[in-house]
Design a binder for this molecule. Structure first.
Ligand SMILES: Nc1ncnc2c1ncn2[C@@H]1O[C@H](COP(=O)(O)O)[C@@H](OP(=O)(O)O)[C@H]1O
Ligand SMILES: [Mg+2]
Ligand SMILES: [Mg+2]
Ligand SMILES: [Mg+2]
Length: 357
């Protein structure tokens, strides 16, 4: 019997690796007119667009009928004002798609010398990410650069790809080009890919795909537990996390890091819990910001829920719908952190009520 999702895993690792090579190379050459500000004020760069073009081109060749829920779309690039960026994206995507085959890659996926695409094909590939999501069937979800702000600062970011079947994440692949291979050697080699398949465990490997190593979240007890949280205070409440730390008597400062690299660090024991509490009303978390991270944690032996203890629902469309915040940790730590979140929430409510009277 063949191993479930073996081909999907091979294709997804190849797609993420190619996208990582692209984003690492583009970072050093990024110039001012290669970044746009989207409607929600967040940045998007030629790196985000061309990484989405590359991954979607590969998925489109390998699995032509699978829909994709991707973060970016090509609307801006199809305008007159988008011509310069579009040219750059086409150049970057083609450079990446046509480079020599790496470990486990196949010509059939549209890779290797001579496989250039037209600008129109690449814009259409980006727009294959327009799927609305939903509870039924097979779909991929892609964040071509998660943590664009981290990417622009030269810090952490991740290329994140996951396969969802009937609302359950079955496969997750994350590429972190700037993440040290070994956290105890922060100045050592950087760049790793994390892979998880439902029921088959979690792994870290080199960006080349070599040296896959199984990952298990270590049991972290007591006050040695520390939080992983967003760098951006607008994305996740720093003050609420510090309140939760006080409830747990944690004195260690949180580790701030952009992107789903936080899930990767948690999976290999570089942090005790990832806590993401909403900062204001109305923002809905996106499925591509959590799908690959959530399966990585589960397959490494941990638990991911929202801040009320409900499981994340990947079947409601492009967002996580009513889920409120995210709590991810190893099994024992998760129960403790969730209880502390509830207590901190109650304390906060009480203070608000007192302030009103
Ligand atoms: N107000 C908000 N609350 C929570 N998340 C937000 C947000 N505004 C943007 N984000 C998301 O936060 C992600 C980055 O997370 P983090 O802060 O953990 O690095 C962004 O992903 P992109 O960088 O892919 O756009 C974006 O989707
Ligand atoms: Mg974005
Ligand atoms: Mg993101
Ligand atoms: Mg993104």
């Amino acid at each position: 019997m063949s191993i479930p999702f073996a081909t999907e895993k091979q294709v997804a690792v190849a797609a993420v690796r190619r996208a990582c090579l692209l984003t690492s190379s583009v970072f050093n050459k990024l110039v001012k007119n290669e970044t746009l500000t989207k409607g929600d004020k967040s940045p998007v760069t030629v790196g985000d667009y061309s990484a989405q073009a590359v991954v979607n081109t590969i998925l489109g060749r390998a699995f032509p009928t699978d829909p994709i829920v991707g973060e970016e779309d090509a609307n801006e690039l199809r305008q007159e004002s988008g011509v310069i960026m579009r040219q750059r994206i086409v150049e970057l995507a083609n450079e990446t798609l046509t480079s020599e085959l790496g470990l486990g890659e196949m010509v059939e996926w549209g890779l290797g010398p001579g496989q250039e695409r037209t600008p129109e094909e690449l814009m259409d590939a980006i727009d294959r990410g327009n799927h609305a999501g939903g509870a039924v069937g097979r779909m991929w979800t892609l964040d071509p650069i998660d943590g664009t702000k981290g990417f622009l600062r030269g810090e952490q970011y991740a290329v994140c790809l996951a396969l969802i079947v009937d609302a359950q994440v079955q496969l997750g692949v994350m590429g972190c080009p700037n993440l040290p291979v070994d956290a105890s050697n922060p100045d050592g080699p950087k760049g790793c890919i994390f892979v998880a398949v439902r029921g088959q465990g979690a792994q870290q490997m080199a960006v080349s795909g070599a040296n896959p190593t199984p990952l298990t979240i270590p049991t972290i007890s007591g006050d040695s537990l520390n939080f992983l949280e967003s760098v951006e205070a607008a994305h996740s409440s720093h003050s609420f996390n510090s309140r939760v730390s006080s409830v747990l008597n944690i004195t260690r400062a949180p580790t701030r890091m952009d992107s789903q690299a936080k899930y990767c660090c948690l999976a290999r024991g570089d942090g005790g819990a990832y806590l993401r509490m909403p900062t204001g009303v109305g923002y809905r978390e996106k499925i591509w910001d959590h799908a690959s991270g959530a399966i990585l944690i589960e397959e490494a032996g941990g638990i991911v829920t929202d801040s009320r203890g409900s499981s994340l629902d990947f079947g409601l469309g492009r967002t996580l719908g009513e889920n409120f915040g995210v709590v991810a940790a190893g099994k024992a730590a998760h129960a403790k952190v969730l209880a502390a979140v509830m207590q901190a929430k109650a304390e906060e409510e009480e203070e608000k009520t007192k302030a009103r009277v």
